[in-house]
Ligand binder design. Structure first.
Ligand code: UDP
Length: 247
């Protein structure tokens, strides 16, 4: 197999750039320092965030894989870059909530921090121009983004990720409050976990004192954003060896 070479830009999102490679089934993802919140109305550059999210995400994808949960992750390239399977991303954001926080507490009379068992699973339509609206079952059917069997699969896979991620975070004394997942389809049509898993996409509280270790530090101007992400990386590094190189 030829050595991997990065090709033209395929897509630029708010936190990552995706590039073609000389391997048809592989794309290269670069993690950016850009931080955005409130549908990109609030923006900043946080030096070092890209590298932190890259390593946290690589290590979490590997920890999931070791525990039987597959994803698009193939391995790391140079720092800040990873190789992942080329997928067609399903334009849905799957949000799993173990404790109430964020938009849930703004929209419903639920006390922040209340336990949600079973975890609440919400689907949002991924479209910045529309503000990522929350979907109902009927609207999901109307959009016809998923076959009924895929809908069942998506939910089951998301709950597997939640169960395993919760175990992982408990081991490192972090409470997994909520998080967002994205899925894509490979050429054969199979749904696979995609995107990233990082403090940009998860709410993470330090177990002993509930200290916020995620993007809420940026959203709420709490300061110490990069330091908090660094603390998450330090703990995640305790899970296992350095992430593997992609060939
Ligand atoms: N989330 C995300 N991207 C989004 C929306 C939400 O990664 O576009 C994550 C967010 O970081 C949190 C979880 O999904 O961990 C639930 O977010 P919520 O619906 O509370 O939205 P918020 O009001 O915090 O943006």
């Amino acid at each position: 197999m030829k050595e991997l070479e990065i090709g033209p830009l395929l897509h630029e999102g708010k936190a990552k750039k995706v590039f073609h490679t000389n391997h048809k089934a592989v794309v290269a993802v670069q993690f950016k320092d850009d931080a955005t919140a409130f549908n990109a109305q609030k923006k900043a550059q946080l030096a070092g965030k890209g590298l932190l999210n890259w390593e946290i995400s690589a290590r979490l994808f590997e920890a999931l894989e070791t525990r039987g949960v597959a994803s698009h992750y193939l391995g790391c390239l140079e720092p800040g870059w990873m190789a992942v399977q080329a997928l067609k991303i399903v334009p849905l954001e799957v949000v799993l909530r173990n404790l109430a926080a964020g938009s849930l507490c703004k929209q419903l009379p639920i006390t922040p921090g209340s336990s949600l068992q079973p975890a609440l699973l919400d689907l949002y339509y991924k479209d910045d121009a529309l503000g990522d609206p929350l979907l109902t079952e009927a609207r999901l059917e109307l959009l016809a983004l998923l076959e009924p069997a895929e809908r069942v699969q998506l939910e089951a896979k998301s709950r597997d990720v939640n169960r395993v991620l919760q175990q992982i975070f408990v081991e490192i004394n972090i409470t997994l409050v909520d998080f967002k997942l994205e899925f894509g389809r490979c050429d054969a049509g199979k749904l696979l976990l995609a995107d990233e898993i990082s403090p940009d996409t998860c709410r993470l509280w330090n177990q002993s004192d509930q200290r916020v270790l995620d993007k809420d530090r940026f959203r709420k101007d709490l300061g110490g954003v990069v330091e908090a992400y660094g603390e998450v990386l330090k703990r995640v590094q305790g899970l296992g060896p350095t992430p593997r190189q992609y060939r």
